[in-house]
Write a protein that binds this ligand. Structure first.
Ligand code: ADP
Ligand code: MG
Length: 324
């Protein structure tokens, strides 16, 4: 099964290798963000047809491109085989890795949420380092695509964390492809055009820090909510499809809002509504403890029990007692 995929990947390396499409169709595909065979394998018929590609051609190219990604009916035993492709990325913090059953899975969406200063961006900085580690060290041997919506990314901080993992400060930034998103639309367009960047830079982790801030500030009031959720849905779908196509980990951070709750004085919930709740496979709440302590709580997971992990933010990054 997965051997077949490898064969097709070899056979159809670029759009030009696909049978039955000419330059005009290829141009249209590129315009709507399908610049690689892998991402085309996750396209819908409707996306291609609305870009002016004939239905028959569209059906054919999607079908062929799909052979390079595992998107078809499979038997349960084959699914186990396919899931062997899924990797886990270490967070670099043992207690958090344990909570996550070993680390952050590829091909699914992991959401960290918490109030301002809880350490979400710090964790993202650390993941920029760990993704570059070899697989025996818990890394993915790849680079990171970092989409920053709050202008809080600091290369110096990544360089400060790197030596703990045996990576030189002067080397670590080469493994980071960074983009600042100025609006929710810009954020969406960046991802829609990311497939080639992902392939060419061996991206194994995509970070969106933070996913909701632009959506929240631009779409105000009830009457804009439906539209906001529609755009958000599209954005998150694109993200998971890229993760699927390129076997990358997907990490988003999210803000919280207070919820009226009769029993707890400080109950909070992630923003983004049901769309975000359904799309995030794993959700981790980070709350502040005393001093530099933080507590991560797994609040949703397809296969793991709920649980908590204590950790600390120090000069070395995010760590726990077990890391010594
Ligand atoms: P947010 O959840 O809002 O993204 P951050 O990830 O920015 O929060 O975390 C901010 C916290 O990280 C602050 O408490 C800050 O003191 C701590 N922090 C940032 N840099 C360092 C550092 N170099 N050494 C120790 N703590 C740091
Ligand atoms: Mg932040």
């Amino acid at each position: 099964m997965s051997e077949d995929i490898e064969n097709y990947k070899e056979k159809y390396k670029t759009l030009e290798d696909l049978p039955g499409i000419g330059p005009a169709t290829i141009n249209k595909l590129k315009e709507i963000g399908f610049k690689t065979v892998e991402s085309l394998g996750t396209a819908t018929l409707n996306e291609l047809v609305s870009a002016g590609i004939g239905k028959e051609v569209a059906e054919k190219v999607i079908e062929t491109a799909r052979k390079t990604v595992a998107i078809t009916f499979v038997r349960g035993d084959e699914l186990v085989e396919l899931r062997k492709n899924i990797r886990k990325l270490t967070t670099g913090c043992s207690s958090l890795d344990n909570l996550l059953g070993g680390g952050i899975e590829t091909q699914s969406l992991t959401e960290f949420y918490g109030e301002f200063g809880s350490g979400k961006s710090q964790l993202c900085h650390q993941l920029c380092v760990t993704v570059q580690l070899g697989e025996t060290q818990g890394g993915l041997n790849g680079s990171v695509l970092y989409i920053d919506t709050e202008s809080t990314f600091r290369p110096k901080r990544v360089q400060q964390i790197a030596p703990r993992f045996g990576i030189k400060p002067k080397d670590v930034l080469k493994g980071i492809v960074y983009a600042e998103a100025y609006t929710s639309n810009h954020q969406t367009v960046l991802l829609e055009n990311a497939d080639e960047v992902i392939r060419d830079n061996n991206i194994k982790l995509i970070i969106v820090d933070s996913v909701m801030s632009h959506f929240r500030s631009e779409y105000i009031g009830r009457e804009m909510l439906a539209n906001r959720q529609q755009q958000l849905n599209k954005h998150l779908h694109k993200l998971t499809r890229l993760g699927r196509a390129f076997n990358t980990s997907l990490v988003i951070t999210n803000q919280v809002m207070a919820t009226p709750d009769a029993f707890f004085s400080k109950a909070v919930a992630p923003v983004g509504g049901h769309i975000l709740g359904h799309m995030s496979h794993s959700r981790i709440f980070i709350r502040k403890g005393r001093n530099n302590m933080r507590i991560a709580k797994l609040t949703a997971s397809p296969s793991l029990p709920e649980g908590e992990a204590p950790m600390r933010i120090t000069e070395r990054g995010i760590e726990s007692d077990e890391d010594y």
